[in-house]
Design a protein around this ligand. Sequence first.
Ligand code: ZN
Ligand code: ZN
Length: 355
Amino acid sequence: MASRDPAADLRRIAFLLERANEATYRVRAFRSAAKTVAALPAAELAERTAEGTLAKLPGVGDVTARCITESLAGEEPVYLRRLETTEGTDLQGAAAALRQALRGDCHAHSDWSDGGSPIEEMALAAVEVGHEYLVLTDHSPRLTVARGLTADRLRKQLDYVARLNDALPDGFRILTGIEVDILADGSLDQEDELLARLDVVVGSVHSNLRDESPKMTRRMLAAIANPHLDILGHMTGRKVSAAGEGDRAHRGGRTRPPSTFDLDKVLAACVEHGKAVEINSRPDRLDPPKRMLTVAVEAGCLFSIDTDAHAPGQLDWQRYGCERAALCGVPADRVVNTWSAERLLEWTAGHSAAE
Ligand SMILES: [Zn+2]
Ligand SMILES: [Zn+2]
């Protein structure tokens, strides 16, 4: 039997574990083993397999060694086969059509802030799930707990992404961005000059989530009116289950009720300024709740169905956002990430120039 690519099998296992929201340390074992194997000459790998000394390699343990052995023997590793067979059911009808229409993801983190993986691994996973673009949105300075990027580090990231884009496959690119904190007074936590340079700006509330409704409303309205903001991230801040792996901006392991604000005013402002309401797909968030999503559809809002991924496999979570969007009657042409990168960039540049 022809042997399989053991590094590819190990990476696929990591992807499926991340998608299932498994603990980071479990996933890391497979990613580091994949790295070691990929860097090893084929002859040495074969020799170690024959001798049974794979587990002596850095980053390789008994479980990953077994996977490598099976893979080299041309068998699908048992570990991988089990994961593949416990995969979720396929999306149906409108949700499937919506997922099919998505061409990118506007909210994802790398290990530059609180994500678990390098930018290039996130990008390759985005290619794998069929995207044409991925907006990189690491956190802003005030969110120190999530290693928010200072202006200086963000400038470095922009240079890095420019170089990386040259090396990525044709037909795919990383768009620059940020998940910028909406501060207590509604201002955005990054320099104006930098916000203007970024392709896409997601703005989210991460602090003082229990502000009283009038205060929270003023805060959100100020942020939505800010010409730099393009997408309002996880608008209620609710947590429906314990914090997901890697999402350090929101750890604490408890659920959290939605914050209170004047929904009609906030949605009307989004429509007036042409800003999108994020449909956050994280299983621990599912934000906004369906009743609010339905109101937003009626109000005429634009949407962005995002994963808020903190690991490569989480980029496949858009299915959860699509299911809820379909249930609430979100039309595909009002979802900004069904648009081409060019149209998306025209849109984001449009409202910054207009005001
Ligand atoms: Zn956030
Ligand atoms: Zn985020």
